[in-house]
Design a binder for this molecule. Sequence first.
Ligand SMILES: [Zn+2]
Length: 375
Amino acid sequence: MLPDIEKLLQLQVADQEIRKLQEEVAELPKRIAVIEQKLAGTKAHLEKARAAAKADETNRKKFESGIQDLQGKISKYRDQSLAVKTNEQYKALLQEIQFAEQEIRANEDRILEVMVNVEAREKDVKAAEAELKAETAEIEKEKEDARRVTAEDQQKLGEWNGKRDGLRSGISEDILRHYERVMKFRRTGLAEVRAQKCMGCQVMLRPQIYNEVRIGDKLVVCDSCQRIFYYNPENDVITEESVGQTKKRPRPKADSPQAWFFRPDYGEEGEVFLVFTNKDGSSTRRTYEMHTGRQIGGVLQREGNYRQAFPEDLTDAALRLNGHWDESEIDEEWGSEIPSNVLDALLKDLLAIQREHRSGHKGHAAAPAEHSAAS
Ligand SMILES: [Zn+2]
């Protein structure tokens, strides 16, 4: 893994920690505001209940003094009735008395109604008072917690910011700028590659890109989400899906006129693809750098078929791959580089072999240089 990427991974941890702490600090006043709003609601409710209780008391007094007034009127009418001269006057007074008595009964009913209400009101006031007390205690506790957590967070933020600055100073400026731009929009600037997939955006990588990431000697960025790739072979799973085939890998034919091989150990070039073609009693060999597809050297021609002509190339480490392209196409269209679709197909087949090796089906994988095949 590139040292810059190792540092970026640590930087990403610091950046995420800093963001988490900043979000937590910003969240605390919001939580307090919610409780404060609830508290204001309870206070308003209590005041309303208290005002209603007071209004009841006023009404009760009003009805009571109304009764007293009516009783006064009645005794006055009674006195007057003793002195009346005519029957009509007496009847009229009697009616006034009856009316006043009705009014007294109505007031007594109203007082009773108020008294029934009073009980409910008292309960309401008491409940609101208890709620207010509990909420006040809660908000004090929340505020205390918020003060404590904020202080702790600020301290941690200071520490992480220090770490972050230290890490940043050790990373190349261009890479850092790219990382930060992607981080800003996507919350992460790096993405792991597993099973030929970008774990940041879940897009499949082309085999060539996957291969570059696995080699890890240069910076590779996801085409689709722009995150910087990193790779850990311990986490990788080469699945059926990742090599794009669910069926068993077809086995190359031993007697075909063209044969592709992979060699992981080809001198200074390291990993290469070799293609041999038999034609009219002689054979040719072309060599390509695996990662770039660039041709190495020219076309080598020898007498006899390639197995006889190039025995030094067909070592135990050589893996036979699937694939056939006409020699005329190779000469006229490819030039000095394998086209990317061909390179992808070869890499995909190589991945399939490695998958078969991992799952233990060694017998079905391309046998090293097909020693058993007589040719
Ligand atoms: Zn991606």
